[in-house]
Design a protein around this ligand. Structure first.
Ligand code: WT7
Length: 656
């Protein structure tokens, strides 16, 4: 982020100066109520994480807590366990009838799934997958709506030691195809469709399109969710309910090495090729179980916890599936949109289920703010006792609104910083201990070691701004990029040395040592809490026959979040008008998915370039954010900037 943008963001953040002590009644009952936990973990991080690994059931205990050969690290070496066993089997005896998921379908149907029922479904599906030829180590792609069969599919893979690769249901056929091919998945589990804003998302049609060029896929399992007519390919496609019914319910969980792969999850980097983030088993489960327990203050017997993310993102993997199930708690799983059939859908779900914890993203909170307080105020939200935020910096105004109108002015709000790569929350308040400052993710979780450093890697100290780094791995931290160890080292460990992890975020430390996250410092945008690279969107735009060149930047507004602005030059004879803008937005949706559609597209005769022909995105970012232009001395075609500026200001951004 350019210096002046950083300053602007910090100014906006610091306008809100109120702080919030943890309520005494909360601290008295909190899972973390003694500040000594921070000191203990700091003194002996390995001892601390070892104590957290005790939360799991191990078939064989580990020999070594942490083995390091930076940037390679292994946790709980020699230990054996199974993720599905930890999420299901071990709960059966004492609380098998507890609800694992209160599922709510978008059209209105509901279904409660107990731990016992989920265990049976997972065991049957695991056997069915074996019958389809899936063996330990084979990769399985999952492309599904938010229905109970989605966590069941993940756990069935985990049960037999087949790494899953979940692809978000909002991604296009092309995105699905690329991810399947990168991991060479053998089987795809999908559904006929899912519901979103009253429409059917045609998942099977997309899957069929993707499967035209995925050689590794042998079988496709299709859940009948919408009962729409879909094409079933003889010999390749099977119906989920049929194979599950036919399979035996007895499927012992495969003992996995602590360092065996649990899953791969793709995320955007600075090139067009998404990175397959690799998570393993023992450390990952330890990290998510521990953070989920302390940060959300989980009381499994009484809480009704709701993480309103999609399982297709890491938030859903760690805090809808693995963390909550390992901890044996009851969650809400909701299929659809927050404004369907009306803008109070979330609040009515909270009221109906007496939800006690809500975890969502600032972008959703800001939408709710725009819709107005009447919607939450129609409902009794008094059951809520902890609120969480994740995905992007939360502006203090949204934080205060969230606490006031959703939390009734009393609940702690925990802003949690982490990434697909870290697997678990790394910087966050503990709700019974931390004095909250709206807009700050506060402090590293016990056993996590962060800092803010300058260009040369020197700590900036209190009051300084720079790059966020992690000085030690947390157990859930990824181990590599699938099939691309070089990229793992280059992207994350070259900048500050191979024992310092560089997440790609800017941050500021205040005088109390609180962390204020300032957004990405690379060419990765954070759109509604999801990571998209400028390069991916540019590639999708130039893929359209009318576009000659494209440059994409993120426009950051502390109150609005980040939106995508594209600058395009068109081929001769083509007119860059409104129709083309709509067509290009549709094209990007087709190539990547709707979430990557530019908010606005500015057509221009040329793009600002250096003498060597490199597009200067930095200047375009200045134009998009309406800032004074930075240094233009290296520009080969300076006058074009005036023309672009004039166009940008005459063209109002549009969106639905
Ligand atoms: C990027 C990671 C972690 C699950 C969702 C996103 C940004 C995430 C925060 C926060 C400020 C945040 C960072 C990070 N981010 N949480 N609480 N405050 N920024 O996962 O897609 O891997 O994106 O999201 O920029 O690097 P992701």
């Amino acid at each position: 982020m350019p210096e002046k943008e950083v300053e602007k963001t910090i100014d906006a953040l610091l306008q809100e100066r109120r702080t919030f002590e943890p309520p005494k009644e909360f601290t008295e009952q909190a899972n973390a109520s003694d500040p000594a936990i921070y000191e203990e973990a700091e003194r002996d991080p390995e001892g601390w994480w070892e104590s957290q690994a005790e939360r799991l059931d191990w078939f064989e205990r580990w020999d070594t807590v942490l083995e390091q050969d930076p940037p390679w690290h292994k946790w709980f070496v020699g230990g054996k366990l199974n993720a599905s066993y930890n999420c299901l089997d071990r709960h059966l005896e004492s609380h098998g009838d507890r609800v694992a998921y209160h599922w709510v379908g978008e059209p209105g149907e509901t279904r409660d799934v107990s731990y016992r029922e989920l265990h049976e479904e997972v065991s049957r599906l695991a056997n069915a997958l074996k019958d389809l030829g899936v063996a330990k180590g084979d990769r399985v792609a999952i492309y599904m709506p938010m229905i109970p069969e989605l966590p069941a599919a993940m756990l069935a893979c985990a049960r037999i030691g087949a790494p899953h690769s979940v692809v978000f249901g909002g991604f296009s056929a092309e995105s699905l195809r690329d991810r399947i091919n990168d991991a060479e998945c053998k089987v795809l589990i999908t559904a006929d469709g899912g519901y979103r804003k009253g429409n059917v998302v045609p998942l099977k049609d997309n899957a069929d399109e993707a499967l035209e060029s995925t050689e590794s896929i042998e079988k496709v399992v299709v859940v009948q969710r919408t009962d729409e007519d879909v094409n079933m390919v003889e010999g390749r496609d099977v119906v989920y309910s049929e194979i599950v019914q036919a399979a035996s319910a007895d499927c012992p969980a495969e003992p996995m090495d602590a360092e065996d792969i649990l899953y791969i999850l793709y995320t955007s980097g600075t090139t067009g090729k998404p990175k397959g983030i690799v998570h393993t088993t023992g450390g990952y489960l330890t990290g998510v179980a521990s953070t989920h327990h302390y940060i959300f203050d989980i009381k499994p017997e009484s809480d009704v916890y709701w993480c309103a993310a999609d399982i297709g993102w890491v938030t859903g993997h760690s805090y809808i599936v693995y963390g909550p199930l390992v901890n044996g708690c009851t969650s809400i799983l909701y299929e659809g949109a927050p404004d369907h059939p009306d803008k109070d859908r979330w609040w009515s779900i909270i009221e109906d289920h007496r939800a006690t914890i809500l975890y969502t993203a600032p972008t959703a909170i800001r939408s709710c703010m725009k819709w107005g307080v009447d919607y939450p105020q129609k409902h009794d939200l008094s059951s809520l006792r902890v609120l969480g935020s994740v995905g992007e910096p939360i502006n203090p105004e949204a934080w205060i609104w969230y606490q006031e109108f959703i939390g009734g002015g009393k609940t702690p709000v925990v802003d949690t910083w982490w990434q697909t790569e870290t697997g678990q929350i790394v910087i966050s308040a503990l709700p019974g201990l931390t004095t909250l400052k709206p807009g700050s993710a506060t402090k590293p979780f016990p056993g996590s070691f962060a800092d803010v450093v300058d260009e040369s890697g020197e700590p900036v100290g209190p009051g300084g701004g720079g790059y966020l780094v992690l000085k030690r791995p947390v157990p859930a931290m990824f181990r590599t990029i699938f099939n691309d160890a070089d990229r793992y080292v280059e992207t994350y460990f070259e900048r500050f040395g191979n024992d310092v992890y560089f997440p790609g975020d800017g941050a500021k430390l205040d005088d109390d040592g609180y962390y204020w996250l300032l957004g990405r410092v690379d060419d990765v945008m954070n759109i509604a809490g999801h990571r998209i690279s400028t390069y991916e969107v540019e590639s999708a735009l130039v893929d359209h026959p009318d576009v000659a060149e494209a440059a994409v930047v993120g426009r950051v507004d502390p109150k609005e979040g980040e939106t995508i602005v594209a600058f395009c030059t068109v081929k001769s004879g083509v007119e860059g008008d409104d129709d083309l803008m709509q067509e290009l937005r549709g094209h990007v949706a087709k190539v990547i998915g709707k979430l990557a559609r530019p908010h606005s597209i500015i057509f221009t005769d040329d793009l600002p370039k250096t003498r060597s022909g490199k597009i200067m995105r930095r200047l375009l970012r200045d134009v998009a954010t309406g800032q004074e232009l930075g240094d233009v001395s290296t520009l080969q075609n300076a006058p074009i900037l005036d023309a672009i500026k004039a166009k940008a200001s005459s063209q109002a951004a549009d969106d639905e």
